[in-house]
Design a protein around this ligand. Sequence first.
Ligand SMILES: NC(=O)C1=CN([C@@H]2O[C@H](COP(=O)(O)OP(=O)(O)OC[C@H]3O[C@@H](n4cnc5c(N)ncnc54)[C@H](O)[C@@H]3O)[C@@H](O)[C@H]2O)C=CC1
Ligand SMILES: O=C(O)C1=N[C@H](C(=O)O)C[C@H](O)C1
Length: 266
Amino acid sequence: MSNTNVIVAGPRGKMGSEALRMIEKEEQFSLVACIDRKNAGLKVQDVEGLPAFDAPIYDDVEQCFQDVQADVLIDLTTPEFGYKHTRLALEYGIRPVVGTTGFTKDQLAELEDLAEKKELGVVIAPNFALGAVLMMQFSKWAAKYFPDVEIIERHHDQKLDAPSGTAVKTAELIQEARESKQQGHPDEKETLEGARGADLDGMKIHSVRLPGLIAHQEVVFGSNGQTLTLKHDSYHRESFMSGVKLAVEHVLKLDVLVYGLENLLE
Ligand SMILES: NC(=O)C1=CN([C@@H]2O[C@H](COP(=O)(O)OP(=O)(O)OC[C@H]3O[C@@H](n4cnc5c(N)ncnc54)[C@H](O)[C@@H]3O)[C@@H](O)[C@H]2O)C=CC1
Ligand SMILES: O=C(O)C1=N[C@H](C(=O)O)C[C@H](O)C1
């Protein structure tokens, strides 16, 4: 099996540190550098709590991409920096695997154009957990028969973006499967602003943020005399790592941007 040189952006984060542990276990992946806001000039192994890699840490992204021979950038940071890192990686011929959520539609379109121009693969996956990907696919299927649907996503209270990337992607998939539709009573009024949640093509999305949660979503379909609920829970961030591994393996063979892990599954 050939070796893949990987850079991780956000190594001290909840997802980034889990990605380092995954790389440690996979002998076909080599960590060649990390991008972090802190600890520039140190090695990963010098940072308390991180695995014993002797890969250097950079806070200057361009310097990192110039110094280090890398095949793939795994970005697990914030919407603002994740977008910048992804653009720069493509400029330097490095294929991005992006778990960071909260990119706008315009940013996704720009990255798609850049990937096509550079003929480089990019994987942007709002959720790397296989169960969540299946929940999204089942939701698309169900929406054909149950067009009235609301999404309730629940996450830990350190999350920056709302709604979650998974909820947005789920709503977009449902949008592809059903006729556009305004749900609820046509005369309904919110007596407290936001009571009905966010709206995507008439679908309501409700975001819960509480300590103790990790990543959870329910997609509730309603019809005459019945409801159908599709539910997924990530209880540990390890749940995302088989998807990150799959994305790193696939991105090497791609020359376009792929949005959603479902596009890599058989
Ligand atoms: N696609 C998926 O399956 C999943 C995606 N996520 C997404 O991944 C991202 C990270 O999530 P968490 O690890 O929970 O957040 P976190 O807050 O624990 O970690 C983010 C890390 O990024 C670092 N960071 C911020 N700005 C940076 C910069 N300019 N350069 C380098 N590092 C920088 C922070 O210092 C922090 O360590 C979020 O956008 C989240 O929504 C989270 C879980 C699963
Ligand atoms: O921030 C998180 O934690 C998660 N973010 C992703 C999202 O926005 O959907 C994936 C998962 O839900 C965890």
